[in-house]
Design a protein around this ligand. Sequence first.
Ligand code: ZN
Length: 235
Amino acid sequence: MANTKIKWISHAGFQITSGTGKVVYIDPWFDNPLSSMKLDEVKEAALVLVTHDHFDHVGQAAEIVHKTGGLLVANVETARRLQDDAKIPAEKVCYFGYGMNIGGSLLYEGISVTMTQAFHSTATGAPCGYIVRLEDGTTIYHAGDTGIFGTMKTFGELYRIDVAMLPVGSVFTMDPVQAARAAKMIAPKKVIPMHFKTFPILVQDLSEFIDLTGKEAPDVEVVTLEPGGEYIYSK
Ligand SMILES: [Zn+2]
């Protein structure tokens, strides 16, 4: 039985460590009011995933790629911008520098990454989410910044998601009402709420999301983390 370690950096940022010790970062943004993690703590990375080109999601992705030699995964145009602006060499960007796009998958060091749509805005390309399948089959869906959409149900059916990270903070993304319904549609084993509290305009606490998910999706366990907190998922 392999254990997957999921650390919430805060906001939409996660550090995922697979059972074999491979490290995947998603939207690693350390320079935010809630983050306790610093770039110094980053030692290694196999993959660095960026959901869209906004400062609170690109974060320190380029620095992590430079520091660790991990592979950057991003939409085609975002991948191009980061190569140009952050001087990331093409071989450190997925698909030989091209980046990828919605519906596409990548297999790298035994980890599969599928890019999904997200309904949001972005400075380059199109916003996305990711479905990450680790070596032991543990499947994680990070929705990115998005409103609710019906295809989330299909993702649940197609990929059998173990852990879903869903934004719940409203204003820029789903609010607790939509996120609880999304949890019902995706039907993961666990849901980790994200993208709340970071800014004063966002939803500040999880009480409404927990309450609504209990009603909408009683089989889905809500895992609440503090920034910097870790959750161990056993498949
Ligand atoms: Zn955001």
